[in-house]
Write a protein that binds this ligand. Structure first.
Ligand SMILES: NC(=O)c1ccc[n+]([C@@H]2O[C@H](COP(=O)([O-])OP(=O)(O)OC[C@H]3O[C@@H](n4cnc5c(N)ncnc54)[C@H](O)[C@@H]3O)[C@@H](O)[C@H]2O)c1
Length: 269
């Protein structure tokens, strides 16, 4: 028996990165997948890959800035597959150009970042719960970030939104746990497709190298690292786990960047 046999899963942001890896992994483990994304052509390509491999998925257009479109996305699960067991709120707005320190924060940037990265997660959860309850519950997996645990010198709005995602996850877990709904958050560290780094600009390579040096494992994360954790949280193997935030960051948040920098400078003791 596959790990998600007979389950129906919605994954937002399924056209690329972690969402794409998760959509493919969930489908290969037996789930019927709704691959939702604002990039509908990208979502359709992922769905084609899944279907060509003999598994089940459909593409669903969604802009997570729109409550109406999020509700339509959730209803698509009922319409096409009759139920909903798993919601993976993974999509986010990842434009950080105006998301700076608090003193210089642009109010529109702040509002939009919270709308796309936090309100969207609340709306997905709000619309999914009644449908999950029709069949005795489900698993909600929200993508936070280590930035929601350890804020950065910049990206104030993103960090607050992701901290909010963690808090919302805990609220959902305690409010609907008795009715069979679990909610957990994943906090990824630096995650990039290796080929994007290899083919990328020199500054991206340097960026990736800095992250390699400031954590415990020998490499930065790949989308499959996150997809495998999402699979565990989606499956019944994690049925006693709810309200948790699990970092998948190669030990970045327990590492010591200062010591890394000292070693690099060749200063011993
Ligand atoms: N990559 C990292 O290092 C990292 C680290 C920490 C947290 N995260 C979080 O992981 C999640 C996935 O990130 P990723 O790196 O895979 O990103 P990605 O850019 O590879 O994929 C994001 C997907 O979301 C879609 N999307 C963007 N705006 C949307 C909208 N308004 N409506 C619907 N879909 C939309 C995009 O089209 C894209 O397919 C995000 O929540 C991000 O905040 C990423």
């Amino acid at each position: 028996m596959k790990r998600l046999e007979n389950k129906v899963a919605i994954i937002t942001g399924a056209a690329s990165g972690m969402g794409k890896a998760t959509a493919k992994l969930f489908a290969s483990e037996g789930a019927k997948v709704i691959a939702a994304d604002i990039n509908i052509d990208g979502a359709k390509e992922v769905v084609k890959e899944i279907n060509d491999a003999g598994f089940t998925a459909i593409a669903q257009p969604v802009d997570i800035g729109s409550a109406q479109q999020i509700e339509e996305m959730v209803l698509a699960a009922k319409e096409h597959f009759g139920r909903l067991d798993i919601l993976h709120n993974n999509a986010a707005r990842l434009n950080f150009s105006g998301d700076v320190d608090v003193m210089n924060m642009d109010i529109d940037e702040w509002t939009e970042t919270l709308r796309y990265n936090l309100t969207s997660v609340m709306l997905g959860t709000k619309f999914a719960i009644p449908l999950m309850l029709e069949n005795g519950g489900g698993s909600i997996i929200n993508t936070a970030s280590i930035a929601g645990i350890h804020p950065e010198l910049s990206k104030s709005a993103y960090s607050v939104a992701k901290a909010g995602v963690i808090s919302l996850t805990k609220s959902t877990a305690i409010q609907f746990g008795k009715q069979g709904i679990r909610a957990n958050a994943i906090a990824p560290g630096m995650v990039l497709e290796p080929e994007i780094v290899e083919n990328g600009h020199e500054s991206l390579k340097q960026y990736a190298q800095i992250f390699e040096e400031t954590k415990a494992t020998p490499r930065i994360g790949i989308p499959l690292d996150i997809a495998q954790l999402a699979l565990y949280l989606a499956s019944d193997e994690s049925s006693f786990i709810t309200g948790q935030v699990i970092s998948a960051d190669g030990g970045m948040t327990v590492g010591n960047p200062t010591i890394s920098a000292i070693k690099k400078a060749g200063i011993g003791w």
